[in-house]
Design a protein around this ligand. Structure first.
Ligand code: TD4
Ligand code: CA
Ligand code: ZN
Length: 293
């Protein structure tokens, strides 16, 4: 029943990131989910961003969807549904169990009649290093609670907390995911599972950024083998933002350092876009979504 591949959700805030995703999708013949967060909407504007993505989706011969990532309340979800998003995430993970269920249900009731699918989150994306067993239980997704949550909300996809976190500093020591927990969730939950905080923070990008002045000491992500294992255990959607940010800024730093006479933004942002595109193509290979469109 489990698919042997996952689809990536790539966060965008501007034209260059969107071009990186759409060009990668076309070259890899891979489906792609374009994700925008509420803070991306604050930065770029809902109409600007949604119309950019719709234009891309219409222009490429590949399934490309527009997804709200970490929708924080009913209001932003409802604006995105009206703006034509194909799916929305309602992140009620900061609420208690019943509060999260109530908010998620309300979003499902708004979205489903319009053909929009809904992702919810149970558990919290926080580092679990140096935490006690009790503290971990309070943060990571409980398999039985996940089954009850899905049944009572009719949600379409579930983001699970198995030890990942957002950003470039995921672990102080060894990278560790709770695969046993993921397996137990998969046995009880039969909708697509989503892995947030999945960037690998590749050493070569950190080295490149550092060479040109970045200070990113201690940055650490999820090893690629862990991602493969998570897919084999039923993860179907994987969120990537940090690796795109790192690729972009490393390249901007390099060009500004090497070409002090350059002042055409396209000569700076174009190569930065290409660097993000190479990262996206690498993810499509890793996730096994290449050739699946
Ligand atoms: O959901 N995401 C992306 C979250 C981006 C949040 O940033 P803003 O609110 O500033 O837009 C992920 O799960 C990405 O995980 P990653 O490992 O790439 O950080
Ligand atoms: Ca959350
Ligand atoms: Zn996330």
């Amino acid at each position: 029943m489990d698919k042997e591949y996952a689809v990536g959700a790539y966060n965008i805030n501007n034209l260059e990131a969107l071009l990186a995703v759409s060009e990668a999708a076309v070259e890899e013949k891979s489906p792609a989910i374009v994700a925008v967060t509420p803070s991306a909407i604050k930065y770029g504007g809902l109409a600007y961003l949604s119309n950019l993505v719709k234009t891309a989706a219409e222009s490429v011969p590949i399934p490309m969807s527009l997804h709200l990532d970490h929708g924080e309340d009913f209001e932003v979800v409802s604006k995105c549904v009206s703006a034509g998003f194909t799916s929305v995430m309602i992140d009620g993970s900061h609420l208690d169990f019943e509060g999260n269920i109530a908010l998620t249900r309300k979003v499902v009731e708004l979205a489903h009649p319009k053909g929009v699918s809904v992702e919810a989150e149970l558990g919290r994306l926080a580092g679990v290093e140096e935490k006690t067993v009790e503290e971990k239980e309070a943060i990571l997704t409980d398999p039985a609670a996940a089954a009850e949550f899905v049944k009572r909300t009719s949600v379409d996809a579930l983001a699970v907390a198995v030890g990942t976190s957002h950003g470039a500093y995921k672990f102080k020591g060894e990278a560790k995911l709770d695969f046993e927990r993921l397996k137990a969730i998969r046995e009880k939950v039969h909708i697509p599972l989503v892995l947030h905080g999945a960037s690998s923070v590749p050493a070569w990008i950190i080295e490149k950024a550092t060479k040109y002045g970045a200070e990113l000491g201690g940055a650490k992500g999820i090893p690629e083998e862990h991602i493969k294992k998570a897919i084999s255990l039923g993860i179907a959607k994987i969120n990537i933002d940090t690796d795109l940010r790192l690729a972009f800024t490393a390249t901007v730093r390099k060009i500004l350092a090497n070409s002090p006479k350059e002042y055409d933004p396209r000569k700076i942002l174009g190569p930065a876009k290409d660097a993000m595109k190479e990262v996206v193509k690498g993810k499509m290979h890793l996730f096994g979504s290449s050739g699946k469109a």
